[in-house]
Design a binder for this molecule. Structure first.
Ligand code: SAM
Length: 324
């Protein structure tokens, strides 16, 4: 178990929490953090303001209607500010900026990775996955798929597979739907960072649902993957998602979870007040750091998981269901 963020240096942490509790100061800190992220992205050639403005100027109605489930009731833990957006994941600003943010945030995983940090992070996850699975999966689910970055990367890792992406944000899914058409037409990845060949893979199915109750058919998938999602979840929901993964998988199927590694030196050495600042944009980070995911996976009925540090601050957990 990792120590709770609050127990590591109560005084500094309480001070930072106090300062962040003052609304104008929190707003100022958020603004500064956002400015720094935009500047970092643009210094690497990711034209944040221009790309976001272009995406925000589109009429998204068609994609939104195609993915939105109007019956869905959002769980209370999800309708909170995340990543310094007051609307959390439920709005066009986060949906059109999440990919840009991923490039900025992952640029410093390795000292020289820059704009390649995000694709390298995903590749490092999939390298572990390819080693761990015996037969290439055919039917896959990406839980918490966002705008599809993890979904497309996973499908490209196992070409010919069928993939379903599930997410609670219809805004993110609308962007994923838009990116599907771009990808199939060979018009790059939406950010126009690369122009690709038209992609021959079958289009992913996008499902507007909670990862803990997807409504997808039981025992129908070979791999359930979840990339960079668990740090956004209360512990009880993480446990429910693992149980849902078990329900979705065929006997012998795999669960793969890639996210921050609370035991990495990067986090263990991070000054508590920096962690507290991080937590101010990630409401469940403390719960995530305290959860023993491997224990939860074994308790749900999976075999003992394999854990690999795929970057200096991320880990991949792969667990298999018994074959019979
Ligand atoms: C940091 S993003 C990661 C997106 C994507 N997997 C990637 O690697 O780029 C986390 C995603 O999880 C989604 N999410 C959070 N809680 C969820 C839940 N309970 N069910 C479904 N999606 C959820 C959010 O809407 C968001 O799209």
């Amino acid at each position: 178990m990792t120590a709770s963020l609050d127990s590591r240096s109560p005084l500094t942490v309480r001070l930072v929490n106090f300062v962040l509790g003052i609304t104008p100061l929190f707003a100022f800190a958020k603004k500064r953090a956002r400015k720094m992220m935009i500047e970092r992205a643009e210094s690497m050639g990711v034209m944040w303001r221009e790309q976001a403005a272009q995406l925000q100027a589109r009429d998204w109605q068609m994609e939104f209607d195609a993915v939105n489930n109007p019956q869905l009731e959002y769980p209370e833990y999800y309708v909170k500010p995340f990543h310094a957006y007051n609307e959390g994941n439920l709005g066009w600003s986060p949906a059109t900026e999440v990919e840009l943010a991923a490039y900025a945030v992952h640029a410093r995983i390795w000292s020289d990775s820059g704009v390649n940090g995000d694709p390298l992070l995903r590749q490092s996850f999939h390298d572990v996955l390819k080693q761990a699975v015996v037969d290439p999966p055919h039917d896959m689910v990406d839980l918490g798929c966002g705008v599809g970055m993890s979904t497309f990367a996973l499908q490209d890792t196992f070409p010919g597979s069928q993939i379903t992406g599930a997410d609670l944000s219809p805004y993110f899914l609308a962007v994923a739907q838009y990116r599907t058409a771009l990808r199939q037409a060979g018009k790059g990845n939406g950010l126009q960072l690369q122009v690709c060949e038209p992609n021959q893979q079958s289009a992913p199915t996008w499902v507007h649902a909670a990862a803990e109750s997807t409504g997808l058919p039981a025992a129908s998938y070979d791999l359930v993957s979840s990339c960079l999602v668990f740090h956004e979840l209360p512990q009880a929901v993480s446990v429910q998602i693992i149980q849902e993964a078990k329900r979705l998988l065929r006997p012998g199927g795999y669960l793969a979870i890639m996210d921050m590694n609370p035991r990495s030196a990067v986090f263990l050495k991070m000054p508590p007040y920096i962690l507290t600042l991080l937590k101010s944009t990630e409401p469940y980070l403390d719960e995530y750091f305290r959860l023993d995911l491997c224990e939860a996976i074994v308790t749900a009925g999976f075999e003992s998981p394999k854990v690999v540090c795929n970057t200096p601050r991320h880990r991949t957990i792969v667990a298999q269901l018994p074959s019979v």
